[in-house]
Design a protein around this ligand. Sequence first.
Ligand SMILES: CCCCCCCCCCCCCCC(=O)SCCNC(=O)CCNC(=O)[C@H](O)C(C)(C)COP(=O)(O)OP(=O)(O)OC[C@H]1O[C@@H](n2cnc3c(N)ncnc32)[C@H](O)[C@@H]1OP(=O)(O)O
Ligand SMILES: CCCCCCCC/C=C\CCCCCCCC(=O)OC[C@@H](O)COP(=O)(O)O
Length: 272
Amino acid sequence: MELGWLLWGAGVLLLLHVLMELSPAVNFALRIGFYCLLCVVGSALAAPVCLLVNGGRTVKNMRIIKTVVKTFKYFFGVRFEVKGLENFEIEGPAIIVSNHQSILDMMGLMEVLPDDCVQVGKKELMYAGTVGLIIYLGGVIFINRKSTTSAKMVMAEVAKTMAADKVKVWVYPEGTRNCTGDLLPFKKGAFHLAVQAQVPVIPVVYSSFTTFYNPKKNLFTSGKIKVEVLPAIETKGLTSGDVSDLTDRCFRTMRETLFRLSGCPSEAKDSS
Ligand SMILES: CCCCCCCCCCCCCCC(=O)SCCNC(=O)CCNC(=O)[C@H](O)C(C)(C)COP(=O)(O)OP(=O)(O)OC[C@H]1O[C@@H](n2cnc3c(N)ncnc32)[C@H](O)[C@@H]1OP(=O)(O)O
Ligand SMILES: CCCCCCCC/C=C\CCCCCCCC(=O)OC[C@@H](O)COP(=O)(O)O
């Protein structure tokens, strides 16, 4: 009986191996599926720990979530090379902005996430089962991207409370995932928030994933991600009239850094 089960198990594993070798699409789907499974199982394990240790929804839970997510990279052979972490050593609140390429970004986020830092996320994530629960418990600020008025109201409330709560807020200013090796134009919410709260903006740039991860080509292998935390940009004294300039300045700095970290030839920068 046991031998029968063993043979079945071995057969299934062999079949998966052959399918993965034969079909990049199957390989990609299995690896992404496994990543999602890790997120679901990791969240289910972390949620009770968060509730027992911290009692409910609080940014302190991010430490627990970070500990869990930081183990994921070993399953996929993803390595991080991080520079500039000292630029996070700012007393009190700040807005952190970074590029957003994929759901895999959660590994890069947790690799460098400073203490007392919450993220701004789309409200749909709240309904992603155990992942939604853990994101809620971690204190993520949910916005409705379908309603500019509602999103702006939430951000304005955050601007009022972030100084008192002494939290840093992590925003993906592209507003959606983009795995093209370039940046999408930045939305201005993060920069309005920084100016309204009169707190610095800290840009964080992750090198392009395209050499090892590309959903259009069913590519997902091991790879190295370079991360650079850039020096803070002060906003003291800036007003709403300066938001566009601040946004452009961050965009240009981050785009240059993205190309440099990704080893992108200079023609690519000039062509778009
Ligand atoms: C085991 C573990 C499992 C895993 C656990 C992981 C845990 C961590 C979870 C992390 C979650 C991460 C989730 C990531 C995301 O969901 S990214 C998507 C959501 N985020 C964003 O969209 C942020 C960026 N977007 C913005 O900042 C937008 O500006 C927004 C505020 C959302 C509004 O967008 P939109 O409706 O598209 O409007 P515009 O951007 O076009 O703006 C319209 C005009 O309004 C002005 N504006 C914008 N914001 C403000 C503001 N706060 N105050 C005043 N005015 C504002 C803006 O300038 C435009 O006017 P002008 O054109 O400039 O005149
Ligand atoms: C009962 C319902 C059950 C639902 C189960 C859903 C299970 C989901 C499982 C794994 C998902 C892992 C996701 C990790 C968190 C990723 C955060 C993220 O990267 O969100 C994308 C968002 O920034 C932008 O979204 P779009 O690019 O605009 O789209």
